[in-house]
Design a protein around this ligand. Structure first.
Ligand SMILES: O=P(O)(O)O[C@H]1O[C@H](CO)[C@@H](O)[C@H]1O
Ligand SMILES: O=c1cc[nH]c(=O)[nH]1
Length: 289
């Protein structure tokens, strides 16, 4: 067992809930659907048998209940891996720290956390309207400069290749998601590898009024090939989930509704329809396992 965690390090609200998520341990199920947009939480929970807890603070909205008898939580995180660091650390503390004694629990509880989010394709043959499961993610943010994670040889090779191809001075990181969840939930979906960016515009090569420093980032990232590893799509959270999940011992999978194709410049006619299809099929696969 570890040391008592001080009040300044793990902040508990006066009602016993955890600081940012505003949740009590009993308000969380061990299967969590995580979405970026707070308004998407009810798009998930509308399919639940019942919602027993509804809690919100900042961008973190939580609905907990059951789907076909399976306890489940839908939560929003907002955008970006900085939010994911808070989300993952506080979710983990809800199950692996005794919030009253402030001591880490002696036995570890592993959550399964499935991101259902929107994404842009960097491949002409992955059109808007596709659904893609992320086998690996590459973080183009710097979150992992602050944690000591272990990486496989392939992950290290990909990270090095990304660093060289982009010519950046920071260290990108590559992390795999849960193989078990990929086998369960990736069935019928495109399997890809996701670039997680610390922004929607410049970091993904979009130009509005500002010219990105790496204007050909799509071509550069798409050119990377390590064994049979190739990058397929852009979003803003997956690598943070996969790395924090590995560090904290939780099963993570990111599912992407491809709403934009960055090569052909198409945008989906009905982005909400793709997200809804992904939500429904994921809930079904989870309930029928
Ligand atoms: O649809 P969500 O889950 O928010 O995911 C994607 O959409 C947002 C950008 O529009 C980023 O959060 C990105 O990761
Ligand atoms: O192109 C896209 C679409 C959705 N989300 C992103 O981060 N990028």
């Amino acid at each position: 067992m570890g040391n008592r965690i001080p009040e300044s390090e793990l902040i508990i609200n006066p009602d016993g809930s955890i600081y940012h998520l505003n949740l009590l341990p009993e308000q969380l199920a061990s299967t969590v659907i995580a979405v970026g947009d707070p308004e998407r939480v009810s798009k998930v929970s509308q399919y639940f048998d019942e919602v027993t807890h509804q809690v919100s603070k900042r961008e973190f909205v939580t609905h907990t209940g059951s789907y076909k008898g399976m306890p489940i939580t839908a939560m929003s995180t907002g955008m970006g891996t900085d939010n994911i660091e808070i989300f993952m650390t506080e979710l983990d503390a809800l199950v692996n720290v005794d919030l009253k004694t402030r001591l880490p629990k002696s036995s570890h509880t592993s959550l399964e956390i499935i991101r259902i989010g929107t994404s842009g394709s960097m491949r002409a043959d992955i059109p808007a309207g596709s659904m893609l499961a992320s086998a690996y993610a590459v973080g183009l943010d710097t979150l992992m400069a602050y944690y000591n994670a272990d990486y496989s040889d392939l992950e290290l090779e990909v990270s090095e290749s990304v660093k060289n191809v982009l010519g950046v001075t920071f260290a990108p990181y590559c992390v795999a998601g849960s193989k078990r969840l990929l086998d369960l939930l990736g069935e019928g979906l495109i399997k890809g590898n996701t670039a997680t960016c610390p922004g929607f515009f410049g970091p993904q090569g979009r130009e509005v009024r500002l010219k990105p420093a790496i204007p050909d980032i799509i071509e550069r990232l798409a050119s990377i090939s390590v064994a049979d590893f190739k990058l397929t799509n852009f979003e803003m959270e997956t690598a943070g989930y996969y790395a924090m999940g590995r560090l904290l011992g939780h099963e993570m999978l990111s599912l992407n509704a491809i709403v934009a194709n960055r090569v052909t410049h198409e945008f989906a006619d009905d982005p909400n329809g793709i997200v809804d299809e992904l939500i429904k099929s994921t809930l079904e696969k989870l309930a029928n396992r």
